[in-house]
Design a protein around this ligand. Sequence first.
Ligand code: 7PJ
Length: 273
Amino acid sequence: MLHAGRFRLALDRPLVMGIVNITPDSFSDGGRYLDLHAALAHARQLLADGADILDIGGESTRPGAATVPEQEEIDRVVPVIAALRDCGVPLSIDTRKTEVMQAALAAGADLVNDIAALEAPGALAAVAASGAAVCLMHKQGEPQTMQAEPHYQDVLAEVADYLLARRNAALAMGIGAERIVLDPGFGFGKTLAHNLTLFQALPRLCGLGSPLLVGVSRKSMLGALLDGRPPQGRDAASVAAALLAAQRGAAIVRVHAVRDTVDALRVMRALTA
Ligand code: 7PJ
């Protein structure tokens, strides 16, 4: 059972987290309204498609992406969270900035999805002071440069040790185990070989004892397996990977193509029950 703000999630089947990115509009005049409008329309489509959780993000953390100023990120995400507050599913805020977490939690977010595993000053305390769940993710390096030269002696051991250390830090701050999700962070400072090792080891990572979130949707590891196919052509591969992750014990899969993933998981459940 995962305690996430206003929600209690049974985790008796894999949950689908739909990705809602709020990206700046190219028009400076009235652009903010258009950003909000497009993000809400997208979110409502993902809900209609069967998303169990919505992950709302105002800063891209893809390899090489630029950082977004704090107030700009707050201005992007808070109106979307406020508008979706009563949509019926838990709202996740995808951020690594403490002030954005605080603003999002005040607006109604139920889960903090942090690619920096609450390492920012004040982040552990901000989540502890709320009833929200947290996803603690591993990464090596920073998004700007992390794919330059990823290096590990033993990627599985290092990722597992880091996740355990961050979970201990969260527990020590009073964030209960029932509020913690772990994530190996596919593509965050990892070569294809590292990602494949971690994917094979998902059952062992589940053995750490917290629910696991897996995000591989449209990522470059899938492009690499498809001879360099660009992201828009990676949805079938993403669904296949999400199914396998679920089969290997992932509690939550973070995806772009919600409808196809929900369908595939339903069929997998029916045919393997
Ligand atoms: C992840 C994420 C992931 C979690 C992104 C992208 C990059 N949060 N945010 N796990 N990836 N928890 O979607 O390509 O893998 S942004």
